[in-house]
Design a protein around this ligand. Structure first.
Ligand SMILES: CSC[C@@H](O)[C@@H](O)C(=O)COP(=O)(O)O
Ligand SMILES: [Zn+2]
Length: 203
């Protein structure tokens, strides 16, 4: 497989995610959009902090099938959903940090509201800490097709921007390219950390 600059950046992002402790024990999955209706997705069950370019599998965005017969992520259906919903999305990063896992359980509503933080401006298009950023929050489901259908239905009536949380599971976020997806991931994780500590201290 040709190692494009985006694939090289994705592999580097996976190593960084591993170093942050956001992909413990094979958790997490990562992908980029490729040519001709394909995406390149991490192979299921690997340690995502030590992936190489050879650990990424071509998957058809329309069908979710891997022509090679290799086994892409168990959460392939969420990556392909994002590429179908958002033509501008070029990279998707899914992580299992402690903060996203716990906060998504503490918050019982259908979105985590972030407001009052300068770091909201790490999210493309955000201009002020005075604005409110809603990160959609869905109940987790082992049936990925059912989960993807719920997320798709939500996105038909409400804005779905930057990423979404899965309750007790983690964060899936995206960007135009690996660089933007990585900035969104780092910004959101920083904001989750702040929000977690604010909720603990303000009780
Ligand atoms: C540690 S198991 C976690 C998995 O069920 C899943 O949530 C995950 O993120 C990784 O699955 P994978 O199939 O390796 O992409
Ligand atoms: Zn996961």
């Amino acid at each position: 497989m040709t190692v494009t600059p985006q694939l090289a950046q994705l592999v580097a992002a996976c190593h960084w995610i591993g170093q942050q402790g956001w992909a413990p024990a094979t958790g997490g999955n990562m992908s980029i959009r490729a040519e001709e209706g394909l995406c390149l997705l991490s192979e299921s069950g690997k340690d995502k902090g030590s992936l190489t370019a050879a650990d990424f599998i071509e998957v058809e965005i329309a069908s979710g099938l891997a022509p090679s017969g290799r086994k892409p992520s168990a959460e392939t259906g969420l990556h392909t959903l994002i590429y179908r919903l958002f033509p501008e999305a070029g990279a998707v990063l899914h992580t299992h940090s402690v903060n996203s896992t716990v906060l998504s359980r503490i918050e019982t509503g259908s979105a985590l509201l972030l407001q009052g933080y300068e770091m909201q401006k790490s999210l493309s298009g955000q201009r002020s800490h005075l604005d409110s950023v809603a990160i959609a929050l869905f109940d987790n489901d082992q049936n990925i097709s059912a989960l993807a259908a719920r997320i798709e239905a939500w996105a038909q009536t409400r804005p779905l921007r930057y990423g979404f949380l899965l309750r007790g599971h983690g964060l899936t976020c995206w960007g135009r390219d690996v660089q933007e997806a990585r900035r969104h991931l780092e910004g959101l994780e920083f904001l989750f950390n702040c929000e977690m500590q604010r909720r603990l201290l303000e009780r």
